[in-house]
Write a protein that binds this ligand. Structure first.
Ligand SMILES: [Zn+2]
Ligand SMILES: [Zn+2]
Length: 146
């Protein structure tokens, strides 16, 4: 994956929420889960996982959406409703940012695709590791090491 120069910034559609990351992503991936399909109104989301301490908001504050029974919380802009990042209970050390929100998107190449059990069949990627569900901790560690 081409590594972006850091820090780099991005923001929501209307610009009310802006963020910055100080380190390159740990992993860039396609997520086919139903949450991502609905949050993006698209076949899948393109996410980039960052260490939480490499991420900071520089303007605005997103709203947090948590559905009953879900382990995930989604941060979105209250003004334009653009999804900004997701966090999963138990892995608060990571922030899964919606990668297309970065001002510079030239570096974004997915290294894996997850939750393919929910994928639209024509929307699968080719030539990258594929996970039917979410990768286990060990699988994620192996991906991060590559
Ligand atoms: Zn916005
Ligand atoms: Zn997802």
């Amino acid at each position: 994956m081409p590594m972006p120069a850091c820090p780099m910034q991005g923001g929501c559609l209307c610009g009310a929420v802006r963020f910055e990351v100080s380190q390159p992503p740990l992993l860039t991936f396609v997520c086919h889960c139903r949450d991502c399909q609905k949050m993006s109104a698209a076949p899948y989301s393109l996410a980039a996982a960052f260490a939480a301490d490499a991420f900071r908001l520089v303007r605005g504050a997103p709203e947090i959406l948590r559905r009953a029974g879900s382990r995930r919380q989604h941060a979105y802009c209250a003004a334009c409703h653009c999804g900004i990042y997701a966090q999963v209970d138990g892995t608060e050390a990571r922030v899964n940012l919606r990668a297309p929100l970065f001002d510079d998107t030239s570096w974004i190449v997915p290294q894996a695709e997850v939750m393919t059990r929910d994928a639209l069949p024509w929307a699968l990627c080719h030539g990258i590791p594929r996970f039917e569900g979410y990768p286990t901790r060990a699988e994620a560690a192996a991906l991060l090491a590559t």
